[in-house]
Ligand binder design. Structure first.
Ligand code: PMT
Length: 224
């Protein structure tokens, strides 16, 4: 048996960007590299958890080996289905993935041919995975992320409340060394009462460790 504050706990983590297909050779995605979500998966394993890592499009290799079960997904809908299939058994769910808010209204089954001078792509709203989790949660400890370019605290707290999260990890993606693609991050962690922790510029590994330690502490407090 593994030791550590998360021993015996199942932690579900999403990482990377979703891929929303336009046609067989084209798609919409974003700049998420997977680094933040992968670092969270490793940190959770180090603290003793059984990890399910649900990864979309990523730029680096996922962590492998004992204690981490990897599932690859493409679209937001695929990610939703994967997360939900583990929902009942999970103790902590962390949504570090950058999920597309919209997808093409139609996915062409043949390559779209060049024709007129303009081409309009109609987008429709994707399901909000975090919001669904927030509505459904019973004992699950839910951690969302918020990627913002301005008014970080206001938007983060709004997401926390709207999506019924226990914690929200906000990163200002315009700050040097924070957000998409970098090896480091600068995060601010909030709960329903406001700011919990302002972390300095740290590697994504150290940031992940601090987030998981806080979650473990909150979880054991809730059970005590
Ligand atoms: O992968 P890296 O290159 O290391 O970059 C890390 C990161 C910048 C992607 C990460 O730190 C981060 O901020 N992830 C969340 C990105 C995001 O989509 O944020 P958002 O503010 O748009 O969404 C808020 C929350 O709702 C997120 O937890 C997101 O996973 C979730 N969401 C959003 C839309 C949707 N349809 N379903 C969701 O579950």
């Amino acid at each position: 048996r593994t030791a550590g504050p998360l021993a015996g706990k199942k932690v579900v983590i999403t990482a990377g960007g979703t891929v929303e297909r336009i046609d067989p050779v084209r798609y919409i995605t974003n700049d998420s590299s997977g680094k933040m979500g992968f670092a969270l998966a490793e940190a959770a394993r180090e603290l003793g958890a059984e990890v399910v890592l649900i990864a979309g499009n990523t730029q680096i290799l996922p962590p492998a080996g004992k204690g981490i079960e990897l599932e690859r997904v493409q679209s937001a809908q695929n990610m939703y289905d994967a997360v939900m299939s583990h929902f009942d058994a999970s103790d902590i769910i962390i949504k570090a993935a950058a999920v597309a808010d919209y997808r093409p209204a139609v996915q062409a089954d043949r390559k779209i041919k060049k024709s007129g001078d303009t081409l309009t792509l109609e987008l429709v709203k994707n399901i909000d995975i975090l919001e669904q989790l927030g509505q459904r949660k019973t004992r699950q400890f839910l951690i969302g992320f918020a990627a913002e370019t301005h008014d970080l605290e206001q938007y983060a707290l709004d997401k926390l409340r709207r999506k019924n999260c226990d914690l929200i990890v906000a990163n200002d993606v315009t700050s040097e060394g924070a957000g998409f693609g970098t090896d480091t991050n600068i995060v601010h962690i909030y709960d329903a009462n406001g700011l919990v922790q302002d972390l300095p510029l740290l590697s994504k590994q150290h940031t992940a460790r601090r987030i998981l330690e806080l979650a473990a502490q909150r979880l054991s407090g809730a059970q005590a």
